[in-house]
Design a protein around this ligand. Structure first.
Ligand code: ADP
Ligand code: MG
Length: 192
């Protein structure tokens, strides 16, 4: 589904990724780990086609990529429910569907709230739910559980893994927690 071969990337003179090679199989979940600043977010940007100017090759059969960025990037002028609805343009989304996915992540009471009325952890959960609702054959999640406490992250990893498996999609997610990686991923890629 995805093949990365000798990928290198630099911001100006600052080299961030060097000769990185890995593959992702159909339906596989890969965790990406590594210290702050090692290029994890940059890697996801490159895979999503949001940055050019790299060396090496990225070969992907993904038709549709759903991306939950490291910062939740919710539309501040839309409510939670409207934020979810806004990303789905190719089909009709019912109120039940919106309510259902919010209930699954414990946010059913936030439908009418604005992002500024949510905590950081709630915002990142909405961002996750939005990516899942958007859907795709490749999911990219950048530290999806970073703002969450232990209990919430345990529940969320289970929920997210099941959700991804249901769709048969592939996923790459960045995390700092070995526990999250082991709970969710088929394989772990460590960057240095
Ligand atoms: P990570 O997600 O692993 O913490 P990033 O991919 O965000 O790391 O960043 C990798 C390195 O590139 C860091 O040193 C960061 O400061 C730098 N960097 C990130 N984005 C930019 C940018 N737009 N311009 C210049 N340097 C950047
Ligand atoms: Mg990052």
């Amino acid at each position: 589904m995805l093949k990365v071969d000798k990928l290198s990337f630099a911001y100006g003179k600052k080299e961030v990724l060097k000769d990185l090679s890995f593959q992702l199989k159909e339906g596989e979940i890969l965790a990406v780990m590594g210290p702050s600043g090692c290029g994890k977010s940059t890697l996801l940007h490159l895979l999503a086609g949001l940055r050019r100017g790299y060396r090496g090759t990225i070969t992907s059969s993904a038709q549709k990529i759903a991306y939950a960025f490291q910062e939740p990037r919710l539309f501040p002028w839309l409510t939670v429910a409207e934020n979810l609805r806004a990303v789905v343009t190719d089909r009709k989304v019912t109120d039940e569907e919106i309510y259902g996915i919010l209930r699954e992540i414990g946010l059913e009471d936030t439908q009418r709230l604005y992002p500024s009325e949510l905590s950081g952890g709630m915002r990142s959960r909405v961002s996750l739910a939005r990516a899942m609702l958007y859907g795709g054959d490749l999911y990219l999640f950048d530290e999806p559980f970073a703002a969450l406490d232990e209990k919430a992250r345990r529940e969320l990893t289970v929920w997210l893994k099941q959700k991804i498996r249901e769709t048969g999609a592939s996923a790459i997610f960045v995390t700092h927690q070995k526990g999250d990686a082991e709970a969710m991923a088929d394989r772990i890629l460590e960057l240095h």
